[in-house]
Design a binder for this molecule. Structure first.
Ligand code: SF4
Length: 369
């Protein structure tokens, strides 16, 4: 069986989990191509006008998945206790059914960690029954899925980029891609998971360094915007050429929880909590020279997280830039703003000890501090 998996939205966080799950069940998971003009235009045309850019891109990806027996689109309600995905994610897949070709067959399953592991396994078993898998097979597949997701997290913590890590998982889940990477199909399917062990990661880590003099920038925002290089006009790559870039995924759960505990009221949107926690940790980190918040037009949770982070950055005198993407964003404008921001960081370093003629920050009386 071959199932299509859209390279959009929650692919950027949970693809390894589903790749491991279906790998164990012997089902091939075929991902849609990288976002391109055609995918973007289909998404913009077919998705509801008032939804956000990532959901529009998702619609485009679902439409171009071909040669598969069905499309897999899980409803991820809650991935940890007391947090939920935003309403636009909770509304999937039903909210976009009408935009898909009539012949599309969509497989879905509810994942809700609020009810604990037992509820998640029960949902997966109900889903597995529909595709002819036994309860035992689903239990094993679930264990494998968790192992792959943890391996992904370890790879990221050890300095692997998103692209490198995903290339590896996609090759395992989709054997046709193995040849392109120079592996034999059989050998790789059996051997590659063993290479998720520490030695492999440490080798990779040793390659880091040699960029000591470049500024350190934290790029915070939703993973499906940070790594969506078509929609963000290669922002990550552009920044990496001129700076050392740190992202939300480089921050562990402990610092995120610590920052979160400082709030009077807890944030219960999963992504908002992560972005706020990681962003606040970067704001307080003296090694980080500046923050860039990558947001998109139409995102409700960003309007709150961005404001909270902007206040913290101001209080800590940390340079802070907001880039908001929508389908009309222009490349020239983006490049100019990044360059101006990087220039400002350099100047700030060079003239750090110079005070303004007023002897204090010009914005120190702002009501936003
Ligand atoms: S969190 Fe924001 S960007 Fe993400 S799906 Fe919801 S509205 Fe869209």
């Amino acid at each position: 069986m071959r199932l299509g998996f859209p390279r959009a939205l929650l692919y950027y966080e949970y693809y390894p989990f589903w790749a491991g799950f279906f790998y164990k069940l012997g089902i091939e998971l075929v991902t849609s191509p990288l976002t391109n003009r055609e995918i973007m235009e289909i998404g913009l045309k077919k998705a509801p006008d008032d939804t956000c850019l990532p959901v529009k891109i998702l619609v485009g990806h679902l439409t171009v998945l071909r040669g598969v027996e069905g499309i897999f689109l899980p409803r991820l309600v809650s991935m940890e206790q007391n947090t939920y995905h935003c309403p636009k994610i909770l509304g999937l897949p039903e909210s976009i059914f009408y935009a898909l070709p009539a012949e599309s067959k969509v497989y879905t399953v509810d994942i809700n960690w609020r009810g604990g592991k037992r509820e998640v396994i029960n949902s997966l078993m109900a889903f597995g029954g529909g595709i002819g898998c036994s309860k035992g097979q689903i239990r094993e597949a679930f264990a494998e899925a968790q192992r792959w997701q943890k391996a992904y997290q370890r790879m990221r913590n050890a300095g692997w980029s998103f692209e490198e890590s995903m290339e590896c998982f996609e090759a395992l889940a989709e054997p046709m891609k193995l040849k392109d990477l120079g592996f034999s199909q059989e050998g790789s399917r059996r051997q590659k998971p063993a290479e998720f062990e520490d030695g492999w990661l440490l080798d990779h880590e040793a390659q880091a360094g040699s960029r000591e003099n470049q500024p350190k920038i934290a790029l915070v925002g939703h993973s499906y915007l940070t790594y969506e290089s078509y929609a963000n006009m290669n922002l990550l790559q552009r920044l990496r050429e001129k700076a050392q870039v740190f992202v939300v995924e480089n921050v562990g759960s402990a610092p995120i929880e610590e920052q979160h505990s400082k709030l009077q009221k807890k944030i219960f949107w999963s992504h908002a909590k992560k972005i706020f926690g990681a962003g606040s940790a970067y704001v307080e980190d003296p090694e980080i020279d500046g923050l860039i918040y990558l947001s998109c037009f139409g995102c409700g949770t960003d309007s709150m997280t961005n404001d909270l982070l902007a206040r913290r950055a101001r209080k800590n005198q940390k340079p802070y830039l907001v880039l908001t993407l929508d389908e009309h964003s222009g490349e020239a404008g983006l490049v100019t703003r990044i360059e101006a921001f990087l220039d400002m960081l350099e100047r700030r370093k060079d003239y750090e000890s110079h005070l303004s003629s007023y002897g204090e920050r010009l914005d120190s009386h702002s009501s936003l501090t």
